[in-house]
Design a binder for this molecule. Structure first.
Ligand code: ATP
Ligand code: MG
Length: 227
């Protein structure tokens, strides 16, 4: 069984007078331990697909299964539970809580899983230390560089030990060197067995993945694997 499986997935945004077909029948299976990039130009449907893969949204048609759960059949609470257990998100804009320490930011997903305060602190500290941020635990987002903020976001994505990391343009706001460091981190995570789905419009960023899915106008138009 694949970790994630889309079958004929469509997503139509109903704008009242007009319907936008953001995905027009996408089928894709992602296996455990893969490092997949989803590539395509602006408007091709990447973020729409990421929202469905990440259980933030449901398909309009077709089916999506993640870790054996068919998403279309689940209510919002079940969807949120699967999301929180299965997926770690990394976004272009970091999405850290402002005015809140790195430690609290990383500990927050554990709160939703009912982990005790003591264990939250231990696990969040460990996650930040593994990303080289042991000296930044009490820093708030505005007191961190962009690259550091993205590493806090990656620590937050990892702290729940999710089956998959979903990263949408994770290097989009970073200087070249900091972007390269984030990509190296994703490679290290993949090497240690983590499943990663990376979404980007940038072919150079996509090159770090071992499999690339090209989207155009809501369809998969090409697929390549690293030699
Ligand atoms: N909430 C929405 N309501 C209506 N239309 C939407 C919505 N979100 C996206 N779309 C439309 O769906 C299509 C795909 O959008 P999507 O955001 O998935 O593209 P993308 O590949 O992520 O682009 P970018 O690289 O610019 O982020 C676009 O035509 C967009 O205008
Ligand atoms: Mg997008």
């Amino acid at each position: 069984m694949s970790l994630m499986q889309l079958r004929g997935v469509t997503r139509t945004y109903d704008m009242g007078h007009v319907q936008v077909q953001a995905l027009r029948g996408v089928s894709l299976a992602v296996e455990e331990g893969e490092f997949v990039a989803i590539v395509g130009p602006s408007g091709s449907g990447k973020t729409t697909m990421m929202s469905i893969l990440g259980c933030l949204d449901r398909p309009s048609g077709g089916t999506y299964e993640i870790a054996g759960n068919e998403i279309g059949r689940l209510g919002d609470d079940d969807l949120a539970r699967i999301r929180s257990r299965t997926i770690g998100f990394v976004f272009q804009s970091y999405n850290l809580l402002p005015g809140t320490s790195a430690l609290e930011n990383v500990a927050t997903p554990l709160l939703y899983q009912g982990v005790s305060r003591h264990d939250r602190t231990v696990r969040a500290t460990g996650a930040l230390e593994r990303l080289g941020l042991g000296g930044r635990l009490t820093h708030e987002p505005t007191e961190l560089s962009g690259g550091e903020q993205q590493r806090v976001a990656i620590a937050r994505a990892l702290v729940t030990d999710p089956a998959v990391i979903l990263a949408d343009e994770p290097t989009g706001n970073l200087a070249v060197q900091q972007g390269l460091e984030v990509l190296q981190l994703l490679r290290d995570l993949h090497a240690s067995g983590r499943t990663i789905v990376l979404i980007t419009h940038n072919p150079e960023v996509a090159a770090v993945a071992t499999r690339r899915i090209h989207l155009l106008d809501g369809r998969v138009v090409e697929e390549e694997r690293a030699a």
